[in-house]
Design a binder for this molecule. Structure first.
Ligand code: M6R
Length: 606
């Protein structure tokens, strides 16, 4: 959600801080601010709105300070406003900080501070932290590090904090619990940010801070401690992509670029996993699990990643006798799922930081269940908690609307299901499926050639307020994901239904010119779905049908045919059409494709 940047080095800090915030814009925000510090004091500039507003505010300011922090805020406590935006400072204006996450016990802390004479300008939970730090420093320790340790011990909830002060104007303090924070270092400077893209123009070697760690950044050094002040181990990693990879590369939007990157992303995801017609997951072999003892499997995630779980649970259940369920993480964490040491929980996430999925994973760990993370972002929080992580290799996904992360999740989960079917139930992998998996990048590339057709069909949705997506079996998660994409970026209300459920209610909504998108790729049920669509045509619906080469569909005006392949893989190619449909519908309406309203790329609060 919110973005954090921090710089201490030999050059003016503002340049890094602002470029970093721009690189993090994809995370979504409603206000922005910076604090610059030197011996003379703190200079804080903040405003509601986009970074361009902050730039205007800074236009005529002289900012030579070599230490500074920045923030883009996505409102949680208190409306988007100048007062609520970060950084927040103490009343003496000697300490300033930015914060991502939520301080759950802020109300009781605030009360205690008010009793001591503190007053507050904003409605935020963050302002409590800076005043608590002030209290510990001035009324107790007179040592900033000691005061910070005491402050952190009193905070409940999640936080990534970045702090500057006139007490130590050459130092940035950083602390992390359940909200992401990465550090970087060059010869002349130290940096911090809530996500790697902010650092990549400066360094590709990063140190993801772990939960319960404090970092002290100085121009020439970075030191990491735990919350008790004990020196901690530093696990630096190299990020394999550069900043260009995070740019639009000639496309109008990151989303369109990422849609077109899918053949490569899928190929990269299969690299090292599908080798000579064998599925290999070394990181899972190393777990030495007694796979046959697994008594149930849960697939857990949010949003698009959750749709990938619905897909995976269906294909797993075809081969594995163990009960398999899929659950949105926000339900799993409170739903009291049956978990024991023989339960296997698979968590799927692009960012590896989604708060609900993290909480669900922690619950599974508490109950001693086995945990596997299917994640895209290297070094993200989930990868440090799960028993093992297998990576989708989609590269950085900037657009809020997830596309290549989804198709790579489906690809990797297909491989995982082959692996688990063999381990748990001795099911020999289907050779036809393995052959088609290898060709999958080409199949997706072929599908992208339908872009022009989809662009034309997108005009069926001009001036429309609603659309309906239907499918059966593996086409159902595709319908859900197609509807989510359309809603997210074009703001057209879209619902997805099992095709067979249509006549049990939703058909009441179908009238002349209502747009229905039907996916009928699954051999067993394609013809049945087509019968359901005929019922909508009889009521005047405009239907777009996506189906296989050989399905009887003469009556339909708008049919897109899918090439022959194993049924399991159709969802990975047909969703590409629906991503493009959402993209062109939103473009026709002039919507902001990469930054849809109210949405953030990475939902790191509950
Ligand atoms: O990073 P994650 O995969 O855990 O994110 C989960 C959802 O927030 C995400 O998929 C969301 O639904 C996307 N905006 C969908 O396009």
């Amino acid at each position: 959600m919110c973005g954090i940047t921090g710089y201490i080095g030999k050059d003016p800090a503002l340049s890094f801080v602002m470029q970093g915030l721009q690189k993090l814009e994809y995370r979504g925000y409603d206000s922005a601010g910076v604090t610059l510090v030197d011996e003379e004091g703190l200079s804080t500039y903040k405003t509601k709105g986009r970074l361009s507003e902050l730039e205007k505010l800074l236009e005529d300011k002289d900012c030579p300070q070599i230490c500074g922090i920045g923030h883009t805020r996505w409102a949680t406590h208190g409306v988007p406003s100048q007062l609520n935006s970060h950084p927040h400072s103490n009343q003496k204006n000697t300490i300033s900080l930015v914060h991502n996450g939520i301080i759950e016990n802020y109300a009781s802390l605030k009360e205690a501070l008010i009793e001591k004479g503190y007053s507050f300008q904003s409605e935020t939970d963050t302002e409590i932290v800076v005043n608590l730090l002030d209290d510990y420093y001035y009324n107790d320790t007179h040592d900033l590090f000691e005061a910070l340790k005491k402050t952190l011990k009193g905070l409940e909830g999640s936080f990534a904090l970045c702090i500057v002060s006139t007490i130590e104007p050459d130092t940035i303090y950083v602390a992390k619990k359940e909200s992401p924070m990465v550090l970087g270092k060059t010869k002349d400077a130290s940096f911090c940010a809530s996500d790697a893209p902010a650092l990549l123009a400066y360094t590709k070697r990063i140190l993801p801070l772990e939960d319960g760690q404090i970092a002290i950044l100085k121009k020439e050094s970075i030191e990491v401690f735990d919350f008790d002040g004990k020196k901690a181990e530093e696990k630096w990693i190299d990020i394999p992509y550069d900043i260009e990879a995070a740019q639009k590369g000639g496309y109008d939007s990151f989303m369109l670029k990422e849609i077109h990157e899918q053949p490569t992303a899928i190929k990269e995801t299969l690299r090292g996993v599908l080798v000579n017609k064998k599925i290999i997951f070394k990181e899972l072999d190393e777990l030495n699990y007694k796979w046959k003892k697994i008594n149930r499997i849960y697939l857990v995630a949010c949003g698009t990643a959750y749709h990938a779980c619905i897909f995976a649970s269906q294909i797993l259940q075809r081969n594995i006798e163990t009960p398999i369920s899929h659950m949105p993480a926000s339900e799993f964490r409170y739903g009291d799922p049956y978990l024991d040491r023989n339960s296997l929980c698979i968590f799927v996430s692009q960012s590896g930081e989604t708060a609900d999925t993290m909480a669900a994973m922690k619950l599974a760990k508490e109950k001693k269940a086995k945990t596997i993370a299917v994640v895209n972002a290297l070094g993200s929080s989930m990868t440090r908690i799960a028993d093992a992580t297998i990576y989708t290799c989609a590269g950085p996904e900037i657009s809020v609307a997830s596309t290549k992360a989804y198709t790579t999740q489906l690809t990797l989960l297909t491989c995982l299901s082959i692996y688990l079917s063999e381990k748990i139930n001795d099911v020999v992998a289907d050779e036809g499926l393995l052959n088609d998996l290898k060709k999958l990048p080409d199949y997706v590339r072929e599908m992208l050639k339908e872009e022009k057709t989809i662009e034309e069909l997108s005009h069926l949705l001009d001036k429309k307020n609603d659309a309906y997506f239907i499918g059966r079996l593996l086409d159902y998660p595709t319908a859900l994901e197609g509807a989510l994409k359309l809603k997210e970026i074009s703001y057209v209300h879209a619902d997805a239904y099992y095709a067979g459920e249509l006549k049990h209610g939703p058909i009441a909504l179908i009238e002349k010119k209502t747009v229905v998108i039907a996916i009928a790729s699954q051999s067993e049920v394609a013809q049945k779905t087509i019968s359901n669509i005929e019922e909508t045509i009889a009521r005047g619906a405009e239907v777009i049908l996506i189906t296989k080469k050989d399905t009887q569909a003469d009556k339909f005006r708008h049919v897109i045919r899918l090439r022959e392949m194993n049924d399991v893989l159709y969802p990975i190619v047909s969703i590409v059409l629906l991503q493009l449909l959402a993209y062109y519908t939103a473009t026709n309406k002039g919507c902001d494709i990469d930054k849809p309203r109210n949405l953030a790329k990475s939902v790191t609060v509950e």
